[in-house]
Write a protein that binds this ligand. Structure first.
Ligand SMILES: [Zn+2]
Ligand SMILES: [Zn+2]
Length: 186
């Protein structure tokens, strides 16, 4: 495998995630918001190493650490996308997790189809996943949770919150992101 060009954001579908229309949408949206090249690189076959047999869920922080270690050396960020249910010990579940100001983040599609019948709501489902990918990547660029309900960096507890926010950064977060990207480009 050739190393992706420098400053690439690596999208890493994990396990059974093989929906190319979803992965392409994510790639386009990352390019639109972060203005960096993307590359699709499956870094992990499965996340069974992170299974907590008591909770029957997967520990997202251990997956993050592994993605961080496996990510191509000159890549800027890596986002893993899994279909299994993720948790961190203090919460019942998470839609995703990120290393704040770090390299890796992860999103789970598992709970994002809530309330949808997938035959006619595929685009809503894909939009939810894509918004969460942008949100978690935002954290890796040092963005924190934003009080603006419409900002993509707004913290979402339910899928209703996810549907309610836009697919944009507010002006404040956008400025912070631009400053952060300038720093990384040096
Ligand atoms: Zn967040
Ligand atoms: Zn904001």
């Amino acid at each position: 495998m050739n190393d992706p060009p420098e400053h690439t954001i690596v999208i890493s579908p994990i396990g059974d995630l093989k929906d190319t229309s979803l992965v392409n949408l994510i790639s386009r949206e990352i390019d639109r918001i972060f203005n960096q090249p993307t590359e699709i690189v499956p870094l992990l076959k499965d996340v069974n190493f992170a299974l907590d047999p008591v909770r029957n869920q997967f520990h997202s922080t251990s997956i993050l650490e592994k993605l961080d270690r496996l990510s191509p050396i000159n890549s800027m960020k890596v986002v893993g996308i899994v279909m299994v249910d993720l948790f961190i010990p203090i919460l019942t579940h998470v839609y995703g997790e990120a290393q704040l100001g770090g390299k890796a983040c992860i999103v789970s599609t598992y709970r994002l189809n809530e309330g949808l019948s997938l035959t006619n709501s595929v685009h809503i489902y894909h939009n939810r996943i894509t918004k969460e990918v942008i949100h978690e990547l935002g954290h890796t660029f040092n963005l924190r949770h934003c009080p603006d309900n419409f900002c993509i960096m707004h913290y979402c507890r339910t899928v209703k919150d996810v549907d309610g926010k836009s697919d944009q950064l507010c002006r404040y977060c956008k400025t912070l992101l631009e400053d952060e990207i300038k720093k990384l480009a040096k």
